[in-house]
Design a protein around this ligand. Sequence first.
Ligand SMILES: C[S@@+](CC[C@H](N)C(=O)[O-])C[C@H]1O[C@@H](n2cnc3c(N)ncnc32)[C@H](O)[C@@H]1O
Length: 277
Amino acid sequence: MVNNKDNNSSNTQQETTESPSEWKMDRWKYYDVTHKRHMVCNPMSVAKLDDLIELLALNPGATVLDIACGLGEMLTRLAERYGVSGVGVDLSPYFVADARHKLKERVPEAGIEILNMGGADYRPDRSFDLAMCIGASWVYQGHRGTLRALKSMTNPGGLVLVGEPFWLKEPEEAYLLAENHPRDIFGTHYGNVLVGEEEGLVPLYTVVSNQDDWNGYEALQWHTAEKYAREKPDDPDLPEIMLRVAHSRASYLRWGRDTLGWALYLFRNEGGHNGFS
Ligand SMILES: C[S@@+](CC[C@H](N)C(=O)[O-])C[C@H]1O[C@@H](n2cnc3c(N)ncnc32)[C@H](O)[C@@H]1O
C-alpha cells in the first residue's frame, strides 16, 4: 500500500496511489460516468483506428464478433465502412445501451446484435470473418487464452484482432502493488506477437499508442469525472468515484505513463483449428 507524494515535483497536492478496496458502488456506473465523453474505451486514437479499419479490407457484408465491445464504436465504424453484420458482447448494461443507441443512430440497417452478458459465456453457433477483443483479455484469462478463443470463433482465412497492454520496461514493485497486478499479467510487445504465432496465427500488423493517445484516454476520465462532480454533488457514490479517479490519475502519472504500453495486434487465422468447420 502506498500513499505518497511525488518527491520530484513542487506540486503540493497530495494524490493517493493506494489501491482502492472492494467496490461499494456499481462498477458499471463508475465506468459509465468516467467514459461518458470517450469515443472508445482504450488508449488508441480514433485516427489510428480508422487507418487500421482501412487495412482490414473486409469483404462487403463480412461477419464480425466483438467481445467486450464497450461503446460499440469499432462495430459501428466497421458497419459504416464495410456493411458488416455480427455480434457485440459486453457485461456493462450502460455500455450495451450506448452501443445499441449508437448503432441505431449511425447504421440502422446493420445486422449487429449487442448482447449484455459475460464474454466467456458467449458460445456462437457460427464463426466470423473477424473476431476481436480489445482491452479485455481477462475475459479469457489473458492474452494467450484470448487469441485461442477468438481463433476458435474465426473462419479459416479470417482475422483476429486484440488490444493488449505490454511492459515498456520492468515495472516497479510499488506500481504493481498500487494496481494490484502480478508481474506476469502482461508480456512485452514482442512477446504479444510471439504468443499469436505460437497459437498458429499469422501476425499481420500492430498499432501502438503513443504518449499522446494514452494521455488523452486518461485525462478525459479526470475531466469528465470533475464535471460530473459539479453537476451531481449529491450523488452518494461521488466520494468513491473521485477516490478511484484520483488513484488512477496518480498511478498513471507516477508510473503507468513510462511503464505500460498499449497496442492492437492483428493476426490471420490460416485455418485448420476451428470449432465450426
Ligand atoms: C477497456 S474496455 C474496452 C471496450 C472496447 N473494446 C473498446 O476498446 O472501446 C473493457 C470492456 O470490457 C467490458 N467487460 C468487462 N468484463 C467483461 C466480461 N467478463 N465480459 C464481457 N465484457 C466485459 C467492459 O464493460 C468494457 O466495455
